[in-house]
Ligand binder design. Structure first.
Ligand code: NAP
Length: 309
């Protein structure tokens, strides 16, 4: 049976990837601080530990999801973010070459400046913040190695343990907060929220494709939203007033409200992904639209939800 290591299996994406591969594969899911006993704790910053685990498991594939994904946190400890987001993929790519296995590294649309979407895999990256720069450095580290690919995805949501684990799921809390607190919500940045369950299904298709993968692959849901328009949609779903939420239109970084610069619109062009999968236009993503999916998630306690955290 094909043997796969999934790093960051305790994270939002990694747990969906672990579930998607759990039948028909021999898996080793890695965590760091999570108490979840399905996963093996490891510090990916320690190359000795990594080498030992890799030697013992001898993978055919590694799907590398672990990272510091929060731009603000990455900015505060740039040295650690650089080591985790760029140093670790560089080490894993070298291991992949030495041990002759394939590696998929999860990257981000934040490698682009967001000024001229849509972006092809070959478009010139120019990240606006440190997080994007560290993730791009991770991509670059893979380029000279065979059987190593980067999959760029936009903002993620899906079945989460805590809504704070996703920049999209957390908006439910804002809408539900009817305490009188006022919120200004970004209506400037164009986002393409993509469900981790769909990313996981896509990654399984890539592993099962049976042909060499391109160096850089894009995967994104097609629907445009701002955080503000999502809040409006959620307030309708939840039948809650939303007068406490007002749209914020200027670039938040230009007004000094946010220290980390964010790109305006990084839409990932999916045409090469469609060609890779051999499907028609718009068919590489076949998920449920974000608001519809979250309606099920919000109602999960009533037995209508999809997926499990
Ligand atoms: N979330 C987004 O909106 C988004 C958007 C674009 C791209 N991405 C990319 O998608 C990938 C997955 O993101 P995510 O949202 O699933 O992140 P996440 O929920 O924050 O998960 C991060 C994972 O990394 C693990 N980890 C952190 N430091 C580690 C270390 N030193 N050693 C070993 N493992 C460590 C964590 O383990 P513990 O929890 O056990 O400590 C956790 O499993 C990342 O590469 C991210 O850059 C994410």
């Amino acid at each position: 049976m094909t043997r796969i290591i999934i790093t960051g299996a305790s994270g939002v994406l990694g747990s969906a990837v672990y579930a998607a591969f759990s039948s028909h594969y021999t898996l080793l899911g890695l965590s760091h601080s999570s108490p979840d006993t399905r996963y093996t704790p490891i510090d990916l910053l320690d190359p000795v530990q990594v080498q030992k685990v890799w030697n013992e498991f001898n993978p055919d594939w590694v799907i590398h999801c672990a990272a510091e994904r929060r731009p603000d946190v990455a900015d505060k400890d740039s040295e650690k973010a650089q080591r985790l987001n760029a140093g670790v993929p560089a080490f894993l790519a070298r291991l992949a070459a030495q041990m002759d296995h394939s590696l998929i590294y999860i990257s981000t649309d934040y490698v682009f400046p967001g000024t001229s979407p849509p972006y092809l895999p070959s478009s010139t990256p120019d990240p606006l913040n440190l997080y994007g720069r560290t993730k791009l450095a991770g991509e670059h580290a893979l380029l000279s190695f065979e059987n190593c690919s980067s999959v760029r995805v936009p903002v993620l949501y899906g079945p989460v343990k805590k809504s704070e684990d996703s920049a999209i799921n957390v908006l439910e809390k804002v809408v539900r907060d009817q305490s009188g607190k006022q919120y200004k919500m970004d209506d400037w940045q164009v986002r393409y929220p993509t469900n981790v369950l769909d990313v996981a299904t896509f990654l399984r298709k890539l592993v099962e494709l049976g042909k060499p993968l391109p160096k850089i692959i894009h995967f994104s849901a097609p629907h445009k939203h701002s955080k503000y328009t999502l809040c409006l949609a959620f307030s309708q779903l939840l039948s809650l007033p939303c007068a406490h939420i007002t749209p914020d239109t200027p670039d938040p970084a230009s007004t000094g409200q946010e220290s980390v610069k964010r790109p305006k619109d990084c839409r990932l062009d999916m045409r090469e992904t469609e060609e890779l999968l051999g499907v028609g236009e718009g068919e590489a993503w076949d998920g449920v639209e974000v608001v519809r999916w979250l309606e099920g998630w919000f109602n999960r306690d009533k037995g209508e939800g999809e997926g499990e955290a």
